[in-house]
Structures are given as structure tokens and as C-alpha cells.
Design a protein around this ligand. Structure first.
Ligand code: UDP
Ligand code: MG
Length: 334
């Protein structure tokens, strides 16, 4: 039984393994041809494997979809999922994972910041038994000092607060074997912080080093506002440490308040009533008020997550797959 499963599941044409290359794309008309050309160059040098391109068009407003259609028309290895609108990279990735059929998948950005030349090395580690081979940035060409610094600070904070070990300087560029892919398919939260999910699932991990190039063309879809939102997403989806910290700080403040109250009562009893104390009173009220609002914000952040998840909406909607209209949506949450 086991043997039959392996034969039909993992062995495709003539017993070769199928590797899917998953590429979420949002307005990538400037680089998609070049991405395809360079990647094909690499995979053509690996005849022992079958490859599948799984492009996800994440509601692009330019000619990205036309390019996907064209590539699909001339190369049978190319498939594409056309989402009904822009859902963001995290969701585009799970859409691709739901649709791809490979024994392993390599997630890559379309902008050639993830060099396809690394694919053979990743696959060789996979063959050695590693299930999640991620590419770790050795350098960050084309990124500002502030971006490097803020990213470092974020990782440090996240690591301190969450119990799952987070991988540093590792992006979404990685190879995942079938077991990891199936694990990710089970994780249907709509507010996804995929990088955390990769850490969360565990399995045999391996990091390979590479130099991350600057974007080949087009421009990044990230700005500091989006990055900050992603950072909050990362923290709130992986740890409730802020909630605990706020309860903790609240306790300490309450304790200090009690001491201060005792002090006031005693002082009034001993020294009698005196009117002054207005400035200190106002500053205390402002301080406590500020802290309360801040903690309310934290609670709201988590409540918002509960709200969003409890709607049980599908994660994404697909307009068509390889040009065929999709009626049975795969993006359901559960
Ligand atoms: N992307 C996407 N949907 C979005 C934003 C980005 O699918 O809403 C894709 C984008 O096309 C690219 C990848 O995610 O293939 C990484 O995006 P980008 O290069 O802008 O991010 P950066 O490399 O600057 O982190
Ligand atoms: Mg990029």
C-alpha cells in the first residue's frame, strides 16, 4: 500500500520528481520575461527533475497576466492562478501552494532578487533529507541603512517575545517539501505572517547563504508603513506577550498607586490637609490615561485579529486557473 502511494504520488514522468516554482506577482511586467528566461536557463541544466512554474497573478494592474498567458501558451510547464483582486503577497503564496502539485516547491520573488542559480543547491539539500531549505541573505544590496537597522531591531524584538525560534535574514525564498507544503495548507488563518508560519511548522530546516541582489527592474511594493504593519502582524500573530506585558505593567502601576495612596492618607493624618499637589495629580492622571490607551490599543489589535478570523471568509478568490474560469474555490478557511 505504502509503495503504491509513493509510486503514484511522488513519481511523475519516468519516476522523476516534480519541483514547482511558485512566484507571486503583482505588477511585474518589467521583470517577468527576464525571470522566466533566467530560471529556465537554470532548470534546463537539471534534466533529472521535472519543473512546474506556478505564477500567481495577485491582481496586477499592468500586463503581468498577459505575460503569464503567453508563457503558458508556449511552455507546458507554466501554470498560472489569476486571483480576483490584489490580496497581498502572503495570501498569493498560499493560493499558489494550494494549486501547485510538486513534490517540493520553491518560492521565489519575480524581481530576480532571489537568484534562480541557487535552485540546484537547494534541491541537493532537499535530496539529502532536509525538508525546508531556506536562503539566508549574506548581504542586502540596494537597501538603506535604516531598512537594515529596523529589520534587525524587529527580529530581535520578535525573537525575545515569541517561543518559536524565528529565522533571521531569511525571506520567503525557500524550498519546501511535500510534508511542509501540506502543513502550510492546513494553516488557514487569513492574516498570515508566512515567515512565522515557516518557523512554526518545524521539520528539518537548512539554511543556504546567498547574496540578495537589488531589484532587477520595477519598484518595490513595500513602504515603511506596510513594513510596520507587517511587523505588528508578525508580533500579534505569533505571541501574546504584549498582552501579558500590559497586564504585568498594569499590576505594577496599581501597586505603586496603592503605596502612593497609603502615603497620602498617612501624610494627611499626620500633617493635616493641604491644598497643593495639582501638578503632580495632573501628571499622574495623564500618565495613567496614556498607559491605559496604549494597552487598550494592544487589546484592540488582538481583538481585531479574532474578529477577522471569525468571519471565516475564504482566504482568496480565484478568477481563473490557466485561463479556465474557477467555480469551485479552493481558498476556504476550513
Ligand atoms: N507581491 C505580490 N502581491 C503584493 C505585493 C507583492 O504578489 O501585493 C509579490 C511581488 O510581485 C514580488 C514579491 O511579492 O514577486 C516581493 O515583492 P517586492 O519585490 O515588492 O518586495 P521586496 O523584495 O521589496 O521585499
Ligand atoms: Mg523584491
Amino acid at each position: 500500500m505504502e509503495r503504491i502511494r509513493i509510486m503514484s504520488d511522488e513519481n511523475n514522468t519516468f519516476g522523476r520528481k516534480l519541483v514547482s516554482i511558485l512566484v507571486p506577482c503583482y505588477n511585474e511586467e518589467a521583470v517577468l520575461h527576464e525571470f522566466y528566461r533566467r530560471t529556465v536557463q537554470v532548470i534546463d541544466g537539471m534534466p533529472r527533475y521535472d519543473f512546474q512554474f506556478m505564477f500567481v497573478n495577485d491582481g496586477s494592474k499592468d500586463h503581468t497576466l498577459d505575460i503569464m498567458r503567453e508563457l503558458h501558451g508556449k511552455d507546458g510547464r507554466v501554470s498560472y492562478v489569476n486571483l480576483s483582486r490584489n490580496f497581498g503577497k502572503e495570501i498569493a503564496m498560499i493560493a499558489g501552494i494550494d494549486y501547485l502539485t510538486g513534490d517540493a516547491a520553491i518560492i521565489m520573488d519575480a524581481d530576480l532578487q532571489d537568484p534562480p542559480e541557487l535552485i540546484p543547491e537547494m534541491i541537493s539539500w532537499w535530496e539529502k533529507g532536509y525538508q525546508d531549505v531556506s536562503a539566508k541573505r549574506r548581504s542586502r544590496a540596494g537597501e538603506s541603512f535604516f531598512k537594515k537597522w529596523s529589520s534587525h531591531a524587529f527580529y530581535t524584538i520578535l525573537q525575545k517575545m515569541s517561543s518559536v525560534p524565528m529565522q533571521r535574514d531569511v525571506g520567503d525564498f525557500r524550498l519546501l517539501d511535500k510534508q511542509c507544503l501540506n502543513a502550510l495548507r492546513l494553516m488557514r488563518e487569513s492574516q498570515r505572517y508566512t515567515k512565522g508560519l515557516f518557523s512554526w511548522i518545524g521539520f528539518e530546516k537548512k539554511e543556504v547563504l546567498f547574496d540578495r541582489d537589488a531589484r532587477a527592474a520595477g519598484k518595490t511594493k513595500w513602504n515603511y508603513w506596510k513594513l510596520m504593519n507587517l511587523a505588528i502582524e508578525g508580533i500579534t500573530s505569533f505571541t501574546i506577550a504584549p498582552l501579558r506585558a500590559s497586564a504585568f505593567v498594569g499590576c505594577i502601576l496599581a501597586f505603586i498607586a496603592i503605596l502612593y495612596m497609603l502615603f497620602i492618607v498617612l501624610r494627611t493624618l499626620i500633617c493635616g490637609e493641604d491644598v497643593p499637589g495639582y501638578p503632580s495629580l495632573v501628571s499622574i492622571i495623564l500618565f495613567i490615561g496614556g498607559i491605559q490607551l496604549f494597552f487598550l490599543g494592544i487589546i484592540g489589535e488582538y481583538l481585531g485579529r479574532v474578529f477577522n478570523e471569525s468571519k471565516f471568509r475564504p482566504l482568496y478568490l480565484v478568477k481563473d486557473y490557466n485561463g479556465e474560469t474557477v467555480m469551485d474555490q479552493k481558498g476556504a478557511q476550513h
